[in-house]
Write a protein that binds this ligand. Structure first.
Ligand SMILES: N[C@@H](CCC[C@H](N)C(=O)O)C(=O)O
Length: 283
């Protein structure tokens, strides 16, 4: 299987061009290639497919092999891949995902895509759609949740995938390896959850660490940054435009209230191309 390793703010995936490659069991392949010791090493695998509804279609898999519906850093890297490898010459493209069709604007410098601005669509607060179960509440905004014997306040949002945003005093001393799985598998989330821990710096800047469903701590999460920026706005912690500092880089998130949509702008980076034999792994 030919692949390209790419990352968005350090959130790294193995990208496969499924116009040329066929993967029999993508869940098992994702788990294998993601292994940082025995595989290629990544937060998961992303397949680029043809689409009959948009210019391209994304299928994304976490490092545990589970399928995710949306990936913000992933769609930016797909934009870079399809332009840089000549699958399109358009600088405005659409990508079909299980979390809806996304529109992307590509910035090209010296013939290569460097930055991508994505219309990430409207944040969803409807508890049933996220999904989250909380005392039959229709929305979960700034509600108490007990984890590891301590009370946290959580705001739950779907950006095509489920997020729980938790405000903390400092993200630096967070025991994320211990706390992350407790949030991810909390009984209130029937499909597990991605958890963002947010430290507010000022009314337009936050620091974020994330524990991703199916991948653990990652250096960045695009959908998570969007959910967090909206949670900050809802809880009056920031204005509508927020610079999110992540462990692997920064994302600029802007909430357009008139259109009720969130824009995410960030980089997309290629690391290397490679080829791997999966016959024994998938046998
Ligand atoms: N890293 C991603 C989100 C990937 C999917 C997530 N782990 C899930 O299972 O929902 C991003 O950049 O948005």
């Amino acid at each position: 299987m030919k692949f390209t390793k790419m990352h968005g703010c350090g959130n790294d995936y193995v990208y496969v061009n499924c116009f040329e490659e066929t993967i029999e069991n993508p869940n098992a392949a994702a788990k294998f290639v993601s292994d940082r010791h025995f595989g290629i090493g990544s937060d998961g695998m992303i397949c680029i497919h043809p689409s009959d509804k948009a210019d391209f279609r994304m299928a994304m898999y976490n490092s545990d092999g589970s399928e995710g519906a949306m990936c913000g850093n992933g769609v930016r890297c797909i934009a870079k891949y399809v332009y840089d490898y000549g699958l399109t010459d358009k600088t405005r493209i659409t990508i079909e995902t299980k979390g809806g069709i996304k529109e992307l604007d590509l910035t090209v410098e010296d013939g290569k895509v460097t930055w991508v601005n994505v219309d990430m669509d409207a944040p969803v607060l409807d508890a049933e759609k996220i999904p989250v179960n909380y005392d039959e509440e229709k929305q979960v905004i700034d509600k108490p949740v007990i984890v590891d014997g301590r009370e946290y306040r959580i705001t739950c949002i779907s950006m095509g995938n489920p997020h729980g945003v938790v405000f903390v005093d400092s993200v630096d001393d967070l025991e994320i390896e211990r706390l992350g799985p407790m949030f991810e598998n909390h009984p209130m989330f029937p499909d597990r959850v991605n958890t963002e821990f947010i430290e507010v710096i000022d009314d337009h800047t936050v620091k974020m660490r994330v524990w991703e469903r199916g991948s653990g701590e990652t250096l960045a999460c695009g959908t998570g940054a969007c959910a967090s920026a909206y949670a900050c706005y809802l809880n009056k912690k920031t204005g509508k435009n927020v610079l999110v500092h992540l462990l692997g880089g920064d994302l600029q998130i802007n909430y357009d209230e008139e259109k009720h949509t969130i824009f995410m702008k960030g980089p997309a980076t290629k690391v290397f191309d490679g080829e791997i034999d999966l016959t024994e792994v998938l046998a």
